[in-house]
Design a protein around this ligand. Sequence first.
Ligand SMILES: NC(=O)c1ccc[n+]([C@@H]2O[C@H](COP(=O)([O-])OP(=O)(O)OC[C@H]3O[C@@H](n4cnc5c(N)ncnc54)[C@H](O)[C@@H]3O)[C@@H](O)[C@H]2O)c1
Length: 367
Amino acid sequence: MSNPLGIGVVGAGAIATRLMAHLRLPDTAGKVKLAAVCDPVPGRAEAAAARYGAAAGYESYEELLRDPSVDIVTICSPIGLHYEQGVMAIEAGKHVHFNKTMTTTTADADDLIRRAAAANVRLVASPGMMINQASRRKRKLYLEGALGQLAWAITGTTMGDGAYHLNEDVRTGSDVLSNVNPGWYFRKPGGGPIYDATVYPLHELTGILGPAKRVTALSGIGIPEHWFGQERIETEMDDSTILLLDFGQAVHAVVYSTIAGAATEWAPSIYGTKGALVGSKFGDEPLKLEDDRLPHVSGEHAELREAHVYEDIMQLVRWVREDIPSVANAEHARHVIEIIESGYRAAETGITQELRTTFEPLALSEL
Ligand SMILES: NC(=O)c1ccc[n+]([C@@H]2O[C@H](COP(=O)([O-])OP(=O)(O)OC[C@H]3O[C@@H](n4cnc5c(N)ncnc54)[C@H](O)[C@@H]3O)[C@@H](O)[C@H]2O)c1
């Protein structure tokens, strides 16, 4: 395929505007161009289109999907909308990139995967953690037996205090592109720091160790309200959750999503009888190297925020144009979604949940 694909950006908030800054750079233009953006807040899509050079700005998603110049979409709306918007995109024949997380339930993820296969469209779901060189080196060391017998692991995030999303630059201004309300981050469905942030370490942990078998959890709300300017936001989704995963053969992992106090920040610590991966090191050996770069992130892209999400979009673009599948795929996303959904169910019921989904983790020959 020689013509650039047209991309439609769904939602014009924090991640969308950061991605549009990447998509307007000249090196991207030969492969994908900004065809349209939509957002239901009056004037926001138009303002984003003007600022970032998208060909069209729409107030409705339906209009964007009807635009024949849109070949693929990147869904940048609140997580609770992703499933329904994914279905609509597939029905319109568009390939889809999801800004994490793809859906909130396993059943919805199953349905998207089934529909995409039937319609012959591609799905890429962020975060594509296993595209990272450091994460791939960890998987390789594990597969080569460098850790000895696997013992246990711990990872997680501390985004539950909400401070990050309440204070992002798109939230603190007064014009339509800088007064984006973050209320959904605290509401059901789709809010809460696991779907938004802990999804990163969950992808990396399972990307390194492979699929988990069971999950149990304890969960609750630590901070009952937040303030966005004068607006009070009640916390509906738990902000303090500790998941306990079973990988089989007595290998267990703690995955926390809390309001403070990181044991390890995002990158997991994985312990074995012969060695440990701690953060981005194997013993004293650094696994994150200065020259590391994601396949599509060079030049100005490397200086811009969210370059890893731009990479995930370019994985979809490459898949559509060159038929090269991405490791940031819907099956891995579905497994992580099942862990999250089942974890909340375990916390509610007190019953450990069996996991039924799997995915194909990277083989040694691919690393
Ligand atoms: N903020 C970040 O740092 C960040 C980083 C990476 C990924 N993400 C992910 O990106 C997604 C969006 O997060 P965000 O922080 O950009 O949210 P946001 O609140 O900044 O923006 C969401 C936008 O979606 C719009 N919207 C609401 N309903 C819509 C609809 N029906 N159709 C189209 N647009 C609609 C809102 O008006 C708003 O402009 C989430 O899945 C989040 O996890 C966020």
